[in-house]
Design a protein around this ligand. Structure first.
Ligand code: AKG
Ligand code: FE2
Length: 370
C-alpha cells in the first residue's frame, strides 16, 4: 500500500516541482548504490551497567564490559546498545507524535516553534523547542546558523532534513495548552531522562579507562546540558545530489541515536562507508569530539552521514550530552579548553569557512604557527 504525502508540510525548497511524476514508495530505485551493512558491535546495557552500579561487583564482569566498550570505541567509535530499558511504547509514541507534528503545514511549524535568535545580553538561553530545516548547525538559542556557502549550488548546500531542537533543561518549565504539543513535550521529557540515565551509566563504565579524577568525572559529562533533536528527512526527488546530513562528527561527549526502520545512517570505518542497519528497539551510541579529547585521542569521534530517500520519509531522534559549561578539558593532545570555547570556534568556522574544523584548532603543538 502506498503512503500519501503531504508536501504542504515540507519546507518550500523540498517540494517536488509540479512537473515531476511522483513515484510511490513501493517502487524500487535501482540507482541507489547499496553499501555493506556495518557489523556494529553490540553492548548489553543491563549486563554492563548493572555491574558498574553494584557495591559488590564481580571484577571479571566489570572488566570484561569495560574492555569491550573501550575496544569497541577504539575500533569503531560507536556501538549498538540493546537491553537499554526504554520501553517500546515510549519509542513508538514519540515517533507517532513526531510524525503528526512534522505533517503540520510548514508555516504552522515555523510559527509554533520559532526560536528567539536575538538576545539582549550575552547569555543566550535556548528556546525549549525550536524548529529548523536545511542545516543541523544551530546557534546556542536553537536557530539555524547562517553558514558560508561552499562552491556548490544551492541545492547541494541544503541538507535535506527538518527537525525540532529540544533543550531538556528548559523543557520542564514549559506547558502547552494544546493536547498534541503537551503530550509530545511530556514524552520528550521522559525520553530525555531515560537518555540521561544511559549516558551517565555508560560514562561511569568508562571512567577508569579515561583515568578521570572525581572532579573531572563529575563535570566532563553534565546531563543538564542534554539536547534532543527529532528529525524528519523528507523524500528527495534527486537523492544523488544531496545528503540528509552531510559527513560530520558530533561535538558532544556521547550521542545516542534512535532511528526508524527506513535506514540511511552511514558510518566511516577503515576508509569505507557502511550502512547502519535499522534494528528495532536498539540504539546507536556515538563518540563525540569531547570524548575524543578527554581520552587523549584513544577513542576517535566517528564520522557519519545520513542518506536521503526518494520514496520514504525517515524519522530519527538523537540525544547529545556535553561537559558542564565551565569544565576545562585537560588532555595531553590539546590545549586546555571548555566546551563553550569549542562551540564558539565551530560556529566561527561555519560562518566564515563553511566547514567545521573541530578539534584540529585546539591541537597541542609546539609550532603555534601551524
Ligand atoms: O538521523 C540520524 O540518524 C543521525 C543524526 C546525526 O548524525 C546528528 O544529528 O548529528
Ligand atoms: Fe551526528
Amino acid at each position: 500500500m502506498s503512503e500519501s504525502y503531504n508536501f504542504e508540510s515540507y519546507p518550500p525548497l523540498f517540494r517536488p516541482p509540479p512537473n515531476i511524476p511522483i513515484q510511490e514508495s513501493n517502487s524500487s530505485d535501482k540507482t541507489e548504490p547499496l553499501l555493506l551493512d556495518a557489523d556494529i558491535p553490540v553492548i548489553d546495557y543491563f549486563k554492563c551497567t548493572a555491574t558498574a552500579n553494584q557495591d559488590v561487583v564481580d571484577d571479571d564482569d566489570e572488566s570484561i564490559c569495560r574492555n569491550l566498550i573501550s575496544e569497541v570505541y577504539r575500533d569503531w567509535g560507536l556501538f549498538r546498545l540493546v537491553n537499554h530499558g526504554i520501553s517500546v511504547t515510549l519509542l513508538n509514541q514519540i515517533q507517532e507524535h513526531a510524525k503528526k507534528l512534522f505533517s503540520l503545514p510548514y508555516e504552522t511549524k515555523k510559527a509554533l516553534f520559532s526560536s528567539s535568535s536575538t538576545s539582549c545580553s550575552n547569555i543566550v538561553s535556548p528556546t525549549p523547542i525550536s524548529y529548523f530545516w536545511g542545516t543541523p548547525a544551530l546557534t546556542p538559542s536553537g536557530a539555524a546558523l547562517a553558514q558560508k556557502k561552499g562552491p556548490q549550488d544551492n541545492y547541494q548546500s541544503l541538507q535535506w532534513m527538518e527537525g525540532f531542537n529540544i533543550s531538556l533543561a528548559q523543557l520542564s518549565h514549559l506547558q502547552y495548552q494544546d493536547l498534541l504539543l503537551e503530550t509530545f513535550r511530556s514524552l520528550l521529557e521522559e525520553y530525555g531522562k531515560e537518555q540521561g540515565r544511559l549516558a551517565t551509566d555508560i560514562f561511569k563504565v568508562m571512567r577508569s579507562d579515561l583515568k578521570l579524577g572525581p572532579l573531572q568525572y563529575q563535570s566532563y559529562l553534565s546531563v543538564a546540558t542534554g539536547l534532543l533533536r527529532v528529525y524528519r528527512y523528507p523524500r528527495c526527488f534527486e537523492p544523488e545530489r544531496t545528503w540528509g546530513i552531510d559527513v560530520h562528527t558530533d561535538s558532544s561527549v556521547l550521542s545516542i541515536i534512535h532511528q526508524d526502520d527506513v535506514g540511511g545512517l552511514q558510518v566511516y570505518k577503515d576508509h569505507q562507508w557502511f550502512d547502519v542497519k535499522p534494528l528495532s528497539n536498539t540504539l546507536i551510541v556515538n563518540i563525540g569530539d569531547m570524548l575524543q579529547a578527554m581520552s587523549d585521542d584513544n577513542y576517535m569521534s566517528v564520522k557519519h552521514r545520513v542518506k536521503v530517500n526518494k520514496h520514504k520519509e525517515r524519522l530519527s531522534i538523537g540525544y547529545f550530552v556535553f561537559p558542564a559549561e565551565d569544565a576545562v578539558i585537560q588532555s595531553t593532545k590539546y590545549n586546555p579548553f571548555t566546551y563553550a570555547d569549542f562551540r564558539a570556534q565551530v560556529q566561527h568556522d561555519l560562518k566564515t569557512v563553511g566547514l567545521k574544523t573541530g578539534l584540529q584548532k585546539f591541537k597541542f603543538t609546539t609550532d603555534q604557527s601551524s
